[in-house]
Design a protein around this ligand. Structure first.
Ligand SMILES: [Mg+2]
Length: 152
């Protein structure tokens, strides 16, 4: 039996963007006001969203999991930092990582075919995803426990 395909967004779903801002100097935060996406190295500083790591391991046997994340155009280290983050928090050497070769960087998420997209926003094509959008952080799905309750 083929498992349903589930795409998971990074920022605001797996990775806590705001947690990185607390680790940045106020000067840098001010310099990049309105464009925190472009702070050098910011994507390496994020803590996992509470429950996110455990949720991935809880879902992986039932679903075919992929990361589907947009990456800022003007931050030259963002792509590498995001991939390093996945390696850091989902560990293992190579294919031991649950997302080994299953990380998709895309700003047109609607072009990825699958059953479910877990995303905190409708930007970058998420709102036009052809499957079901689980809007993380909404009143229906405020946290990972509520997502697990729905999907397991
Ligand atoms: Mg997001």
């Amino acid at each position: 039996m083929k498992k349903p395909i589930v795409y998971i967004d990074m920022d605001g779903v797996l990775a806590d963007f705001k947690s990185a801002l607390t680790k940045i100097s106020p000067e840098l935060t001010d310099e990049f006001v309105g464009q925190h996406d472009n702070i050098p190295g910011i994507f390496s500083l994020m803590d996992p969203v509470p429950g996110a790591i455990e949720a991935v391991y809880a879902l992986k046997d039932k679903y075919d999991l992929y990361i589907l994340s947009s990456s800022p155009w003007e931050n030259p280290t963002a792509l590498g930092d995001k991939l390093a983050w996945v390696k850091k928090y989902f560990g293992g050497e190579g294919s031991d990582n649950v997302f080994f070769r299953k990380v998709i960087f895309s700003s047109a998420k609607n072009l990825s075919r699958g059953d479910i997209l877990i995303d905190d926003r409708t930007a970058n094509g998420a709102g036009e995803f052809s499957g079901r959008l689980i809007r993380f952080g909404s009143s229906e799905f405020p946290n990972w426990q509520s997502v697990l309750d729905e999907l397991l």
